[in-house]
Ligand binder design. Structure first.
Ligand SMILES: *Cc1c(COP(=O)(O)O)cnc(C)c1O
Length: 378
């Protein structure tokens, strides 16, 4: 089955009632008829709600189907999912190599919390590819990727980095929020743990936060155990919204992606834009890797305004009327985010001709969005 078909048919309720959608089961306690059943419930009976009743069980199954994974852990947010993946990959003290373009709050976790756990952190150039091998030491336990990178959109050579990690016995974690598990499968490319913020494209409506981590084989077993140790939980209402979002994910992603590419191409020719950071553009430095590993593009990309400082860039963003000024992305509504206040680099300097602005393109008519962009830029 193709992914589009899988999204519709996996994680559907198994009962004989004929319901199309999984029921929202609100519960903590699950009563048992005997003590034996209490401690060793016969499936599908569960012994407690944290492990996931309906619809979270169906959501896990649907996401496993999408990634070809053996376990899907659910977490209270995308950030919690990335953290859970890192804690699972890191079995004790050692060193973590982190892409210099990771999501800001993940970077904060790496800087502030990993050292407290006895893990030293080194950042690497997202475009390093197979040369990551030169940075790996016998202490390296974890290599973290995010592709494309938050804000700056570098595409990583995932198979090359995953192969180097595997050869050295280090585990890999990727933040796969941009592809939503639809446009690329990091587990197929050799990554051990794929984390995703379901808040973004899977949710699609900017109305809840949740995250997921996916893994195969022995990693899946470790992931399941860590998920339970850390007490992660997603409410059944949010699980329902995530599952509902999954059903229309391919359509929404297709529309957002197509409109974003149209706007990216038009912006490329706009005199006030120095550069468009969108990997599906043929002139993008990562285009060949993108073509090789991704089946399409999502609707989130950035631009560099030519010779314009952060304050003027913020003024352009504030002049847009159809684009909301806000964090997050992947919703039905278009968003704009001036980013210079939050770009952090240590492995590679960030050089740009002007300020960076990120767009998340929603489901509005693309020509209406273009008219809004043209007038704000003017
Ligand atoms: C938003 C985001 C997250 C965090 O997701 P939340 O659900 O908001 O915690 C993680 N990684 C990336 C790339 C994101 O854009």
């Amino acid at each position: 089955m193709k992914r589009e078909t899988r999204l519709i048919h996996s994680g559907r309720p198994q009962g004989d009632q004929g319901l199309v959608n999984a029921a929202v089961e609100r519960a903590s306690t699950v009563l048992a008829p005997t003590t034996a059943e209490l401690y060793q419930p016969t499936p599908p009976r569960r012994h407690y709600a944290r492990g996931g009743l309906s619809p979270n069980a169906e959501l896990r199954e649907a996401l496993c189907g999408l990634y070809g994974a053996d376990h899907c852990a659910l977490a209270s947010s995308g950030l919690a999912a990335v953290v859970l993946a890192m804690r699972t990959a890191l079995d004790g003290a050692g060193e973590a190599l982190i892409s210099d373009s990771v999501y800001g709050p993940v970077r904060r976790f790496c800087d502030e919390e990993l050292p407290r756990l006895g893990v030293s952190v080194r950042y690497y150039d997202p475009r390093i590819g197979a040369d990551i091998a030169a940075l790996i030491t016998p202490d390296t336990r974890l290599i973290a990727l995010e592709s494309p990178g938050s804000l700056t959109m570098e595409v990583q050579d995932i198979p090359a980095i995953a192969a180097a990690a595997r050869a050295a016995g280090a585990k890999t974690v990727i933040d796969d929020t941009w592809s939503a598990g639809m446009l690329m499968n990091p587990l197929e490319l050799g990554v051990d743990f794929a984390a995703q913020s379901l808040t973004k494209y899977v949710g699609g409506h900017s109305d809840f936060l949740a995250g997921a981590v996916l893994a195969r084989g022995a990693d899946a077993g470790r992931l399941k155990s860590r998920e339970s140790l850390y007490g992660q939980h997603v409410s059944p209402d949010d699980g329902f919204l995530a599952l509902r979002g999954l059903r229309t994910l391919s359509l929404r992603l297709e529309r957002s992606g197509a409109s974003a590419l149209t706007l990216a191409k038009r912006l490329e020719n706009h005199k006030k834009i120095a550069r468009v950071l969108h990997p599906a553009l043929p002139g993008n430095p990562d285009h060949a890797i993108f073509q090789r590993d991704f089946s399409g593009a999502a609707g989130c990309f950035s631009v560099i305004l030519d010779g314009v400082g952060a304050r003027d860039g913020e003024a352009v963003a504030e002049r847009l009327t159809l684009f909301g000024l806000g964090f997050s992305w992947g919703g039905y509504e278009s968003l704009v985010l001036p980013c210079d206040r939050q770009i952090r680099r240590t492995a590679t300097p960030w050089r740009a001709e002007g300020c960076l602005i990120r767009f998340s393109i929603g489901l509005e008519d693309v020509d209406d969005l273009w008219a809004d962009l043209q007038s704000a830029l003017a």
